[in-house]
Ligand binder design. Structure first.
Ligand SMILES: Cc1cc2nc3c(=O)[nH]c(=O)nc-3n(C[C@H](O)[C@H](O)[C@H](O)COP(=O)(O)O)c2cc1C
Length: 208
């Protein structure tokens, strides 16, 4: 499948799929006491990895915290994010790798010069954050597609999370946390009413 171009791709997904991905999907703060299996986490990655990035550079890196490992995050969360995170079956640290360009020859093999596009710190930061954030969004949508719920969060001390999880590991010391995503099977008790969204005319223009 992944090697083929889907022939009937120009069809709108059924309404229930659009509801599950967007219109009916919410940000969740409380969770069923139900594990998200390691197999499901792998399946999640195996979907999100197909989301597009610049020159296929794929700078996002993911740490999926379960069980006792989540406790390592607790000191670095803002107080209002602690309960929702500690009760979630999984919390993903969505990070990006300052050294992502080292994998560009593997990821963009037809253009041996592509790694050099990301030679400067400025290019690496702009591309790492831009594409790493996109990949975090792909994670949220892939999770919803698999029937999971998410609670993304930026209320944490990123520098301290980097120190705790990445600094001492030679393979991860260049990773930088971007945002967190609680993942699981959400419960509705702490859901507030859906917040308004900008109307098309406020947020978009069609120019002809
Ligand atoms: C990048 C990002 C960071 C967020 N940070 C927090 C956070 O630190 N704490 C929190 O309770 N909610 C956080 N949120 C949740 C948003 O407030 C929520 O997704 C938004 O209001 C839309 O809610 P809805 O999906 O239920 O419509 C964050 C969402 C995103 C995407």
């Amino acid at each position: 499948m992944s090697e083929l171009v889907l022939e009937d791709r120009h069809k709108t997904l059924p309404d229930h799929a659009l509801d599950q991905l967007f219109r009916g999907a919410r940000t969740f703060y409380t969770w069923e006491d139900k594990d998200v299996s390691d197999t499901t986490i792998q399946a999640l990655y195996d979907l999100l990895k197909y989301g597009p990035t610049s020159a296929n550079n794929s700078p996002a890196r993911f740490i999926f915290l379960k069980g006792a490992a989540k406790e390592r995050l607790r000191p670095f969360l803002i107080p209002s994010n602690i309960d929702k995170t500690m009760s979630a079956p999984v919390t993903a640290i969505v990070a990006w790798d300052w050294e992502f360009h080292e994998k560009v020859p593997q990821l963009f093999p037809h253009d041996p010069g592509a790694k050099e596009w990301f030679a400067s710190d400025e290019a690496r930061k702009a591309n790492g954050v831009r594409n790493g954030t996109l990949q975090g969004a792909y994670l949220i949508l892939a999770a919803r597609a698999l029937g999971l719920d998410c609670g993304p969060m930026s209320g944490f001390d990123a520098a301290k999370v980097d120190e705790e999880f990445f600094a001492s590991d030679p393979k991860m010391k260049h990773w930088r946390s971007n945002f967190l995503v609680n993942i699981g099977y959400g419960t509705t008790e702490k859901l507030f009413p859906r917040l308004p969204r900008l109307a098309f005319d406020e947020a978009a223009r069609i120019l002809k």
